[in-house]
Ligand binder design. Structure first.
Ligand code: MG
Length: 391
């Protein structure tokens, strides 16, 4: 990347700038304003927060991707130097713009795929926080990236950890990777207890990470880890049986790589998303950061536990989809998105989330190498199935 050759600062577009990843990313950019420049920001609904961000950073573009807000948005509330645009196409135009060097994909869900695709198509550095891009369309996305030379740098803490650990050896010498999982708020709960005692409030109380509601519920079901298994399978070009999961309640070891000689390399840091975000922006360099540091003056211990696949069957779905490939990732992801929404609105039981996903996955029409439009069709089909799902 010749960022510094033509422009003194790395010009960054943050897709989903008002979300959890987006706001952390803006903190990183603010801390390094001599070397990083916020060129564009996008939000789907929260245009008031977007307007505030435009005053704080004065980016060249701001996009409200939900065009329905156009009549109510007050243009004067945005910074004067910022050009305001509307609609999903405007997000794609921003991601593909020649005056943008790096695109941070922080939009949650399958909705984030289009912006990521536009950035990859134009060969940019892509800081990928949207795991659905790889879960839904992993093989197509990685093929496209190798064609255009786009650099795919993960922001998900586990995948950033693996990316960092991989710097310790040759890719051909990797035996397997070990994804760590906090286990979420229901770690140690039995299948029976999960059936009867889970409430929305309890599912939203994550012990170590502060995140949006969708990913917090995914952590509680461990579907988040399932999606991360699939994400890792495509991002790192691994076979499903080269991926293991271990429960690690402290969320200090963010993941590990085991090499053929038996050496295991781990990445540790206090749980804070600013570190993996910054690493994705500065790689291969490391800059003095804004993230908290390990305190080695306090005694501490790290636990590693075997995951309970019986209580958390979502995990099994992750391994299965990583093995099957095809459209199964798109189907699982879409079914889960609707299931989580239904759970949050009280129309689906917690333990029915993986149960319904399993049934819809079993019923889908398998296609070994689907096109992007076929994947989107399967995505729509799975959503419809999940809306109708009753026990
Ligand atoms: Mg993660």
């Amino acid at each position: 990347m010749a960022i510094a050759d033509h422009h003194p600062r790395n010009r960054i577009a943050v897709l989903g700038s008002t979300g959890s990843i987006g706001t952390s990313c803006l903190d990183v950019i603010a801390a390094h304003s001599d070397r990083l420049e916020l060129a564009g920001i996008t939000a789907h609904d929260r245009w008031m927060s977007l307007a505030e961000q435009s005053h704080r950073f004065r980016p060249r573009w701001a996009v409200v991707s939900n065009a329905d807000h156009r009549p109510s948005v007050q243009t004067p509330q945005f910074s004067q130097g910022t050009e305001l645009q509307f609609g999903a196409e405007a997000v794609e135009r921003l991601a593909a713009h020649a005056d943008v060097d790096t695109v941070v994909c922080g939009i949650v869900g399958a909705a984030g795929l289009r912006g990521a695709w536009a950035a990859i198509e134009t060969g940019k550095r892509v800081a990928i926080a949207n795991k659905e891009t790889l879960v839904v369309a992993g093989p197509l996305v990685m093929q496209l990236a190798s064609k255009t030379g786009a650099e795919m740098i993960p922001v998900d803490s586990e995948h950033s950890a693996i990316y960092q650990c991989l710097q310790a050896g040759r890719r051909a010498d990797v035996k397997r990777i070990i994804l760590t999982a906090s286990g979420g708020p229901f770690r140690g709960w039995s299948k029976e207890r999960l059936e009867s005692e889970v409430t929305v409030e309890r599912a939203l109380a994550h012990p170590t990470w502060q995140m949006g509601p969708k990913i917090t519920v995914d952590s509680a079901t461990m579907m988040n880890k399932a999606l991360e298994i699939i994400e890792a399978r495509w991002l790192f070009g691994l076979e499903a049986d080269q991926i293991s999961v271990v429960v690690h309640p402290q969320s200090i070891v963010h993941s590990m790589v085991e090499f053929v000689d038996g050496s295991v390399v781990a990445q540790l840091s206090p749980p804070d998303m600013k570190l993996p975000i910054q690493y994705a922006l500065t790689y291969p360099d490391r800059w003095s950061g804004v993230s908290p540091r390990m305190d080695w003056t306090q005694s501490s211990h790290l636990d590693f536990l075997v995951p309970d696949l019986d209580a958390f069957p979502a995990l099994q779905l992750g391994f299965e989809v990583a093995r099957r490939g095809g459209a199964s990732g798109a189907v699982l992801n879409a079914a889960n998105e609707v299931a989580v929404d239904r759970f949050l609105h009280g129309s689906l039981k917690f333990t029915d989330i993986p149960r319904a996903c399993r049934e819809i996955l079993n019923a889908h029409n398998d296609d070994p190498s689907p096109t992007l439009s076929e994947l989107l069709r399967q995505d729509a089909w799975a959503r419809e199935e999940m809306r109708r799902w009753t026990r």
